[in-house]
Design a protein around this ligand. Structure first.
Ligand SMILES: *Cc1c(COP(=O)(O)O)cnc(C)c1O
Length: 369
């Protein structure tokens, strides 16, 4: 009988269990914020941001941040075609207009020259997603943001352990958001974090996330505005503290898995994995194999082969404009369409065995022989 190979699976140790039980038993009354504020401080310290606000999801964190910047109807927000819908939904919920921009062939992140072409008088922000742990071209994007007075926001859900010239992803732009969904490098089951170095933005996000109640309001139950309630619970935060203590271990295992794939497949010119960018260190959240056009290997073919061997197959993100969720039209000759049509994400969970990786490698190798 073959053993199923999962593409992700969290690594939960005894410390996670211990802290979660502790929070469940004692995290009430005077301690009802204890694990949340500890998680916020250990996480922000680890990645080097001034402020951090724990949330119920990364999607919620992104909506809070965009709302705090007063982005709404009439505003345009630029984002990459290749993205999870979580990056798009908050823009739509706030009534703003998404503008999809094609990706670079090598990093699969926003193409800065195309970003420049799509800036209009209505553009308010650029959301750079550091996809699969690869880093967006932050220097170029920062100078565009500066030139046109735009906010640069970093969707770092997939970029735990990714550093751009020494700075952790998410700490460079106006704000960054992280996800602790069960599929991510650090998990709390569900959860997210907004990080920023801007004290007034931190204050505004906290108010919005507390049903619009100001910290200075002394009366009970009197919000200053209609806000949100995207909070994380103490019990989830307790798991987050234990996971953050293992930050380096969890990230180095991700890097090790990617490096093992890279070594094993390096002699096959038709397969390209996540890029190694000069001056950057990738957190290697999700290894992705792109086959060359000449190889004629397609996503559909890859899905079939993986399924036959009981290996979880996960496709590269569909270009958002191809999903019919917004008014944007899809350009079939975009890099985003092309890369997606000949890619497959590779299993990369913490406890996977060398023999599992070897099995995946053999399938990939057989595709081109
Ligand atoms: C996982 C992910 C999200 C959403 O995270 P949630 O915590 O599920 O809301 C957003 N953006 C990207 C790029 C992701 O990979």
């Amino acid at each position: 009988m073959t053993k199923k190979i999962y593409y992700v699976k969290p690594s939960i140790g005894s410390r996670e269990l211990q802290l979660a039980a502790e929070a469940c038993e004692h995290g009430w009354g005077d301690h009802s914020n204890k694990y949340i504020s500890t998680f916020e401080s250990v996480f922000s310290e680890k990645i080097g941001s001034e402020f951090a606000i724990a949330t119920s999801s990364c999607t919620g964190a992104l909506e809070l941040g965009l709302a705090a910047l007063d982005i709404g109807p009439g505003d345009e927000v630029i984002l990459a075609e290749s993205n999870w819908v979580a990056t798009l939904a908050p823009i739509i919920h706030l009534g703003a207009t998404p503008v999809f921009v094609d990706i670079l062939e090598d990093s699969w992140c926003l193409d800065p020259s195309r970003v420049r072409e799509r800036i209009s008088g209505k553009t308010k922000a650029i959301i750079a997603t550091h996809i699969y742990g690869n880093l967006a071209e932050m220097n170029d994007l920062m100078s565009i943001a500066y030139e046109f007075n735009l906010h640069l926001i970093e969707d770092s859900a997939e970029a735990i352990g990714s550093y751009y010239h020494g700075k952790h992803a998410g700490t460079i732009g106006t704000f960054g958001v992280f996800s602790f969904h069960g599929s991510k490098t650090i998990t709390t089951g569900e959860g997210g974090m907004l990080v920023t170095n801007d004290a007034s933005l931190d204050e505004r996000v906290r108010q919005l996330n507390n049903h619009g109640r100001s910290r200075n309001e002394i009366r009970q139950f009197v919000p200053a505005e209609i806000g949100y309630k995207f909070k994380m619970s103490n019990m989830q935060a307790a798991v987050g503290i234990a996971q953050t203590e293992r930050f380096d271990e969890l990230v180095s295992r991700k890097r090790e898995i990617l490096a093992t794939y890279r070594d094993a497949l390096s002699d096959i010119p038709h397969i390209r994995l996540n890029i190694q960018q000069p001056g950057c260190e990738s957190g290697a959240w999700m290894p992705n194999a792109v086959f060359s056009q000449e190889s004629k290997v397609t996503r559909e073919l890859l899905l079939r082969r993986f399924k036959e061997q009981d290996i979880d197959a996960r496709v590269f993100f569909w270009p958002l404009s191809s999903l019919g969720l917004s008014k944007n039209s899809n350009n079939p000759s975009s890099v985003a369409n092309s890369v997606a049509s000949r890619s497959i994400n590779l299993p990369s969970y913490h406890d996977m065995e060398g023999s599992d990786q070897a099995k995946v490698n053999e399938i990939l190798r057989n595709m081109v022989s």
